[in-house]
Design a protein around this ligand. Structure first.
Ligand SMILES: [Zn+2]
Length: 433
């Protein structure tokens, strides 16, 4: 547990080190994060025979929001991705940190399996355990956004927070529980106020009817921009829609495909990509492999993938390596613990009855079964013979006693017989007399 806490500190230290705003600006920097991407479609639902994917609706509402926010003076609006890629949650938040964002908005659509009755909008913000000022700002903005959405008939499900209170690995370095959603958690670590807007439920028919139309997504984007403008005191004018170029292919260098728990690799490499963004590494399972202090550390058994990411430099968007290294982590081979080997006693000494293959040899592992079996085999006959000897001795003593007693009795009878005969003779003599 303590070790885990230290690891989370490493993650935070890494994130803070990587948070070096690219330039000091007076503009309000807003980073929009279209949720999911690439093969991850997010939620999906059917309406009038057509399947809608969350990823596409997220892209549409993000494009509208970038337009809406760019209508305010002194605003620069970036996106975390401009193509159909899927940056990791950490990469999205690190991008916001690198760009010196004042606010990050992650855009999503919700869904609940077979729950048409459940619908409405909700927004997740920081719980405030680590970045209280960010929590305050995002809560105020989010409350206003949801009030705006209500005007279109979307149920206001409220501003929400969620913590990971069952895993100390994800604690913030001030010892407080971390926010549950990765985008918010990593944004907190790079000190960017962030929120996740769940515009509505695709599983709810009336929500989906509304969300499936681009003009309605524009209405939601306008309400969101109004709430942001109100909070920061923005005025209508000329903002800037910022673009980041897509990087060339990035490749992570070769790594061993198997490691043992406790192993560390400090020579992580990657080639390619574009721009001058720093390269960092990520794994897809923190229970198996972790990046600690720039090193790859095997922490648990299992399989995990390692990726390289070249962060944004303000000109190119962040890029995850096209390849990854899949590493299998196994338990360390346990050091043989000293086992108590039964000390052979004279009674257990192998006798000529032993067959050669049963004879214990130095190559035999002392703890293996044959020795035990052999011991039992040898001890049994020895014990039996000992018992037999004892019985024989007892019998000898018995017969000796019988012989002695018999001898005494025989002697007694002979003496008695002799005396009796003498007495008879004298009686005859006397009668004769
Ligand atoms: Zn989503």
């Amino acid at each position: 547990m303590l070790a885990k806490k230290f690891l989370s500190v490493f993650v935070i230290v890494f994130l803070l080190l990587s948070y070096i705003p690219l330039s000091a600006q007076d503009d309000l920097i807003i980073v929009l994060d279209p949720g999911h991407g690439a093969t991850d479609n997010g939620s999906s639902a059917k309406l009038n025979g057509k399947t809608y994917y969350e990823k596409d609706l997220n892209n549409m509402v993000t494009a509208h929001l970038q337009d809406s926010l760019a209508q305010y003076a002194g605003v620069k609006v970036y996106l975390t991705r401009y193509d159909d890629s899927k940056p990791s949650l950490m990469t999205r938040s690190v991008t916001a940190g690198k760009l010196g964002a004042d606010l990050m908005i992650s855009l999503h659509m919700n869904a609940l399996d077979n729950a048409d009755y459940y619908g409405g909008s909700e927004i997740y913000v920081h719980a405030g355990n680590y970045l209280p000022e960010g929590a305050k700002a995002t809560k105020a903005i989010a409350t206003d956004i949801l009030k705006g959405f209500e005007q279109f008939g979307l149920k206001n499900r409220g501003v929400k927070t969620k913590l990971i209170d069952n895993d100390k690995y994800y604690m913030y370095d001030n010892g407080q529980y971390a926010d549950y959603y990765g985008v918010i958690r990593y944004a907190t670590m790079v000190r960017v106020p962030a929120m996740i807007i769940e515009h509505g439920y695709m599983s709810n028919k009336s929500d989906l009817e509304f969300l499936s139309k681009s003009e309605n997504l524009k209405k939601l984007a306008d309400k969101t921009a109004e709430a942001v403008a109100k909070y920061y005191g923005l005025e209508k004018g000329e903002g800037q829609k910022m673009t980041l170029k897509v990087q060339e292919g990035l490749t992570i260098g070769s790594l061993p495909t198997s490691m043992v728990v406790g192993d560390e690799i400090s020579t992580l490499t990657a080639t390619g990509g574009s721009g001058s963004g720093t390269i960092h590494y990520e794994t897809n399972d923190k229970e198996v492999l972790q990046i600690q202090d720039g090193k790859l550390v095997a922490v648990g058994e299992g399989m995990a993938n390692v990726y390289a990411i070249r962060d944004t430099d303000g000109e190119y968007q962040a890029k995850m390596s096209d390849n990854y290294i899949r590493i299998s982590v196994s338990k360390p081979i346990s050091t043989p613990t000293p086992t108590i080997v039964p000390t052979p006693t004279p009674t257990f000494t192998p006798t000529p009855k032993l067959t050669p293959e049963n004879t214990p040899t130095p190559t035999l592992n002392p703890t293996t079964a044959p020795t035990v079996v052999a011991t039992e085999e040898y001890s049994a006959p020895t014990n039996t013979s000992a018992q037999t000897a004892t019985t024989e001795n007892t019998e000898n003593d018995f017969w000796t006693a019988i012989a002695v007693i018999g001898g005494i009795l025989a002697a007694f009878l002979i003496v008695s017989f002799v005396l009796l005969m003498k007495s008879k003779n004298s009686n005859k003599k006397s009668r004769r007399r």
